[in-house]
Design a protein around this ligand. Structure first.
Ligand code: SF4
Length: 446
């Protein structure tokens, strides 16, 4: 049972609730307003706090849970165990998996049945019905159409696969990426074959973290990992082959180590280092980036010396306790991650934070203060605001056991606070080419 519920008497322009029946049919519920959740805090969604559901977003039906809505005539929050218009008919909550570039300001509001299992690894944004369309509780942080499916036609992907087969016939990494593009529908792998933006360089089979929401290896929470980890370690030649095929073709191209289908790339530095050296011996074009947990500063320092341009460090929190509760690091600690960031900044490299955010935790006062203090200590170039793909209510409970979390301030207020305090830090979602950082620096110096 939710411990705190706030009645909202001054609701202006409420958004209508959407629910699903047991056949998965989604419909709006006349007389009830949609509700957003942040931990155990509830808020009625209004027209001014939502936008039309972004293109490419997906609606999801949540099993073994009951929707929380706002009864406009009785002026109260309600958990619906059945359809008020068809007594006896169960109702289920509906959430939205918003497209890349949009930060959830609230998650779907529901109560779990006692027998409910963990939700699969997606983010569960709050959604409603407004002005004849679905609307999401989000803020846009990146307008780049890098993963816009309308620009990634499958016929172009297939044509690219044929071309790369003849260019890199015996390259195992090339064929692994075919599986990623066709079976996992990985946008980064598709972009490699289409020849646009950023290409992935999955390399590592191991990781020294045990993230509760790991998308490539799940052992505990009876959750299926959406991808399987790469089953071989590509050679430096195979990595360089794929990277050069992309960088020599794509203007301001980016190639990135550290993908969803692998462990942490720092654990494969023995092949990544020589690969980077091979790439840079052939071309100075493009950006070589690494998405990593940043756990091994010395190894990272060597990779920078071999030509790595930028890093994106993943973290769910700037508080050591909350970080440790999520990443469950093995033989490293939060301070090692901070040391990696400081070393990268000292070397003049570009540093982004992959901030895995979730309303109720990220916008709690405790986390907001920790994040501000962290950015004061470590002036990074970019914050990538990424919705955490994990059961939002269970995540809040796990984090609340690690640190007692107060009333959330709202994601909108959090982003505004960080933007005002750190005007020089870019907000985004994707790994930008190094030219973008240079442009931002140049425009700041004007
Ligand atoms: S750092 Fe990445 S690969 Fe490692 S456990 Fe976390 S999500 Fe999985």
């Amino acid at each position: 049972m939710m411990s705190t519920m706030k009645n909202n008497t001054d609701i202006v322009n409420p958004v209508t609730a959407v629910v699903a029946d047991s056949n998965g049919e989604i419909f709006d519920l006349e007389g009830y307003a949609a509700v957003g959740m942040a931990g155990n805090h509830l808020e009625v969604l209004t027209g001014s706090e939502t936008v039309s559901m972004p293109h490419g977003s997906e609606l999801m039906f949540l099993p073994d849970r009951m929707p929380i809505v706002y009864n406009l005539s009785l002026d109260q929050f309600e958990t619906l165990e059945e359809d008020p218009y068809h007594p006896g008919e169960p109702l289920f909550p509906v959430a939205v998996f918003n497209s890349p570039g949009y930060v959830n300001t609230a998650t779907c509001a529901y109560e779990e049945e006692d027998f409910a299992a963990y939700l699969p690894l997606f983010s569960y944004g709050a959604v409603g019905w407004h002005q004849d369309g679905f609307c999401s509780a989000v803020i846009q942080v990146d307008e780049e159409p890098r993963q816009d499916l309308r620009l990634m036609k499958m016929e172009k992907v297939h044509a690219g696969i044929r071309a790369m087969r003849s260019l890199l016939p015996d390259n195992r990494l090339r064929s692994h990426l075919e599986k990623c593009a066709l079976e996992y529908s990985c946008p980064a792998a598709k972009n490699f074959f289409i020849g646009r933006c950023e290409a992935p360089l999955p390399t590592s089979r191991k990781c020294n973290a045990r993230c509760i929401g790991c998308i490539s290896l799940q052992k505990e929470f009876k959750i299926k990992s959406p991808q399987n980890r790469i089953t071989f370690t590509p050679s430096p030649e195979e990595i360089a082959g794929v990277a050069l095929a992309h960088l020599q073709k794509v203007n301001q191209g980016v190639v990135s180590f550290g993908q969803g289908c692998e462990g942490d790339p720092l654990m494969a530095a023995h092949v990544i280092g020589p690969a980077i050296a091979q790439i840079r011996s052939k071309t100075s074009y493009g950006t070589i980036n690494m998405n990593t947990n940043g756990s091994l500063p010395d190894i990272l320092s060597t990779l920078f010396d071999q030509g790595l341009d930028s890093i994106r460090i993943s973290m769910n929190s700037a508080s050591k306790k909350l970080y440790t509760a999520y990443f469950r690091p093995v033989k490293y600690c939060f301070e090692d991650v901070e040391a990696s960031i400081d070393m990268a900044i000292q070397k003049g490299k570009r540093v982004a934070i992959n901030y895995l955010n979730c309303p109720g935790v990220s916008d709690s006062k405790e986390e907001a203060d920790a994040f501000q203090a962290f950015l004061e200590r470590h002036p990074v170039d970019l914050i990538q605001w990424r919705n955490l793909n994990f059961d939002p209510f269970r995540y809040w409970k796990i984090m609340s056991e690690a640190v007692s979390l107060g009333e959330p301030m709202g994601m909108k207020n959090l982003l505004e606070r960080i933007r005002v305090r750190f005007p020089e830090i870019l907000f985004g979602y994707f790994n930008p080419p190094r030219e973008r950082f240079e442009q931002a620096t140049a425009s700041r110096q004007k």
